[in-house]
Design a protein around this ligand. Structure first.
Ligand SMILES: NC(=O)c1ccc[n+]([C@@H]2O[C@H](COP(=O)([O-])OP(=O)(O)OC[C@H]3O[C@@H](n4cnc5c(N)ncnc54)[C@H](OP(=O)(O)O)[C@@H]3O)[C@@H](O)[C@H]2O)c1
Length: 327
């Protein structure tokens, strides 16, 4: 697979990575561990070199899973993980105190069965800890060789600038897709100016943009999507117009809606690397295949015009989750 470099960091990764969260967490019961390990190893065989996890996924089990799956190919892949939640629990509040960052790094290294974390993101900006202290703690880990690159997730532009002034930020990971284009206003220009790469999460709109979900889809009671206003049956019904548009374009391109959604992201900037997640091999192959779909300037304009005319129904996060976002 073709490679991309995340901004000025020099960190080279496959143009499409694998988001591993759903292999342990968030979208209903996790698949069997051995099946998940097989999927991760299939991704490596397909040319994926960029794997995304977090302390909070599980918590802990997703890092363990990746550690086991990637140990035989450790030097061929880039592993990104995240710190920033109290006790690693995404519902327990934020904790980016330097001592906590150091402890998470040590524990993550063990779970990942490795001697270095290639990219260590702050999962959410912690208003209680100055970002300079966070960047300083990660910088120390980098000087010790335990971490290679520093990243942020869902940070706002002021935080990005302050962090970058303390230690270069290699990548920002935030939600970005055809139904969440907010980063285009301020975030992308700032990243371009500073030479920071961008890793869009939920690039398939948590599955919605693929056409696999409609108003009658039911989610497991533990599925995150039950809490997202954008996934109420009414919102899903209203938002099918977006799926219809992707369906039309994908027919023209002899591709699938998922591939068009990913190709659109890849076409925005050469330093953008989406990390779609899946638990299924055929979808993994499909998503990786997005790198073969080239959208012309005209097609991109057509998509932009059509999407701009659509009002997406429902907030992406419930109010309590939105409060964790630094904007
Ligand atoms: N930094 C953060 O705060 C944050 C937040 C969310 C996610 N992330 C990261 O971003 C990664 C990706 O985001 P995401 O998993 O939330 O959303 P996503 O990649 O937009 O969508 C994943 C969902 O789409 C389905 N899917 C995947 N490929 C498909 C295809 N070709 N056709 C039909 N359905 C398909 C998957 O179901 P199946 O498993 O059934 O295929 C899964 O339910 C995560 O794994 C995680 O690493 C980070």
């Amino acid at each position: 697979m073709i490679k991309r470099t995340l901004g000025a960091s020099g960190l080279e990764v496959s143009a499409v990575g694998l988001g591993c969260m759903g292999l342990s967490f968030a979208y209903g019961p996790a698949p069997d561990k051995q099946d998940a390990i097989k999927l991760v190893r299939s991704a490596v065989e397909l040319g994926v070199t960029f794997f995304d996890t977090a302390e909070a996924y599980g918590p802990f089990t997703n890092e363990e899973l990746l550690g086991e799956a990637l140990a035989p190919v450790r030097n061929e892949v880039v592993i990104a993980t995240k710190f920033g939640f109290r006790s690693g629990d995404a519902t327990a509040g934020l904790d980016s105190r330097p001592e906590r960052i150091r402890a998470v790094a040590e524990a993550a290294l063990k779970r990942l069965k490795t001697d270095r974390i290639d990219l260590f993101y702050q999962h959410r900006t912690d208003p209680e800890v100055p970002i300079e202290d966070v960047a300083g703690a990660v910088k120390d880990l980098i000087l010790q060789g335990k971490v290679k690159h520093f990243g942020l997730s869902e940070a706002g532009v002021q935080t990005i600038r302050r962090a970058h002034a303390t230690h270069p930020v290699a990548a920002l990971q935030s939600e970005y897709s055809l139904w969440w284009r907010e980063p285009e206003a301020e975030i992308l220009p700032t990243l371009e100016e500073l030479g920071i790469g961008f890793v869009p999460f939920s690039p398939l709109g948590r599955g919605f943009l693929t056409g696999a979900i409609d108003e009658s889809t039911t989610f497991d009671s533990t599925d995150f999507r039950n809490t997202a206003p954008r996934f109420t049956p009414e919102a899903r019904k209203a938002n099918q117009v977006l799926v219809g548009l992707l369906g039309r374009i994908s027919l023209q391109k002899h591709a699938t809606p998922a591939q068009v959604a990913l190709a659109w992201l890849l076409a925005q900037k050469p330093w953008i690397v989406p990390i779609p997640g899946t638990t299924k091999l055929h979808r993994l192959k499909e998503n990786v295949g997005a790198t073969d779909v080239d959208l012309s300037k005209e097609e991109l304009r057509e998509i932009n015009d059509a999407v701009s005319a659509i009002t997406v129904e429902g907030a992406r996060y419930s109010a309590d989750r939105q409060r964790l976002v630094d904007r």
